[in-house]
Design a protein. Sequence first.
Length: 251
Amino acid sequence: MKALIIEDEPQAASRLVKHVLEIDPTIQFLNVLESIEGAVAWFKKNPSPDLVFMDIHLSDGNCFEIFNQVEIDCPIIFATAYDEYALKAFEHHSIDYILKPIKRNDLERALKKLERYDLHSNDELATGGVTEIDEESIGGARRFLIKVGAKINLIRLDEIAYFYSKDKITFAITRQGRRFPLNKSLEALESELPNNEFFRINRKFIIHMDAIGSMSSHSKGRVKIELDPAAELESIVSTERSPHFKKWLLG
């Protein structure tokens, strides 16, 4: 396996190499890059590695600027001192999000997730099985325990306005507009959620009745919904679900 390190702290990079090679001495490190500029130039000139270890804050800015300039389609293990970027990391092939100081057992866990990623490819991202999020339902789907980095959040079902899927990741949006990724597909959620409260309007959304801000007629008998909080994706009830949706509204 060929790996690339994007890290601006030489000691952190050396420690990372040491731990990784203790776990798997067959891994070959191609380079250690310290900046956005250096990473962009490297990806433009070289084939994609099998794995990238990436810090968030680099010598010339935030690592997510790299993704605005080049496409990185290999799995990434983020290693950083900051936990507030975990959600954003999951949008970029993240298989784990490790908080510094890096511990060997954290890397062992991440590399085991990489094995699952290799077996299932991007489909694994659909269930969250290769993320740092540990989510479980308590009492059906009434509560969700979500761990992001060092933070643990207990989200009650009555706090959730809707669920949606984007880039094979399922997100829960609370009534306050907070977004949490889940380890469940919409299909799994649909079978667990109370159908008098939630309705799956299309392949991308399951919504709570109280999250409907306004509705308007759309083409082919469909209904367009403005959600509250506002959704980043367009929310239109599919043609086949529209008759059932109208009955659901009436109870």
